[in-house]
Design a protein around this ligand. Structure first.
Ligand SMILES: [Zn+2]
Length: 205
């Protein structure tokens, strides 16, 4: 790695602290690299068309066209209007989830009644995306980077297991449109192997 590349990465990599979220613009042709710095940490990802935020990533459309629920390098994330918003161009993990909605205060009431309530990824995404005009009811199922949700093919039973991602693993998405991105470091205990860690990301132009 050249010094200039190292330096460039050094100034552009951003950290999302544990149990928080952020939002930012990603231009057409840019690549978003989402990194799990310590391992076993989920990051919920949302993408809205910057020109019309009513257009947003759709798990249903994406599964339909990919013909699988396990998405990795080469798969495209489609919108509710069947347009490609993001394409997975690198993936060092190979296991992510697009079935489950962002964890929320209701998730904590349901699964973790003995723990302190937390607004979760849903609340973090809603807060981060508010300045872009996104309201809570506009938030769909997120693409959950590194989330490990195996599904029994016969019974349909699903489980939430610790991520298989190791420290430094990453997944990269190329933008096919100008987008508004929402991204979190997930707050739910079971999704993250029982501990909360940061998420890192960078934008490559
Ligand atoms: Zn979460």
């Amino acid at each position: 790695m050249s010094f200039s590349l190292f330096w460039r990465r050094g100034i552009t990599e951003q950290i999302i602290p544990e149990r928080s979220g952020t939002a930012f613009r990603l231009s057409k042709g840019e690549t978003l690299v989402v990194i799990d710095p310590r391992g076993e940490q989920v990051a919920d990802l949302l993408a809205f068309d910057a020109g019309d935020i009513r257009e947003v990533i759709s798990s249903g459309r994406t599964f339909d066209y990919a013909e699988t629920i396990y998405l990795t390098k080469g798969h495209k994330l489609y919108s509710n209007r069947s347009n490609v918003l993001l394409e997975i161009v690198e993936d060092s993990v190979g296991r992510h989830d697009f079935l489950l909605t962002p964890c929320s205060v209701d998730t904590f009431d349901h699964f973790y009644p003995a723990l302190d309530r937390h607004r979760g990824c849903f609340g973090n995404l809603a807060a981060a995306l508010e300045s872009y005009g996104v309201t809570p009811d506009m938030i769909p199922t997120a693409f959950n980077c590194f989330m490990n949700v195996p599904v029994d093919g016969d019974t349909g039973k699903l489980r939430v297991l610790p991520p298989i991602s190791k420290a430094g693993d990453h997944i990269s998405f190329r933008a096919h449109r100008d987008l508004i991105i929402g991204l979190t470091a997930c707050s739910a205990p079971d999704s993250n192997g029982g501990s909360f860690k940061p998420i890192a990301y960078r934008i490559e132009r």
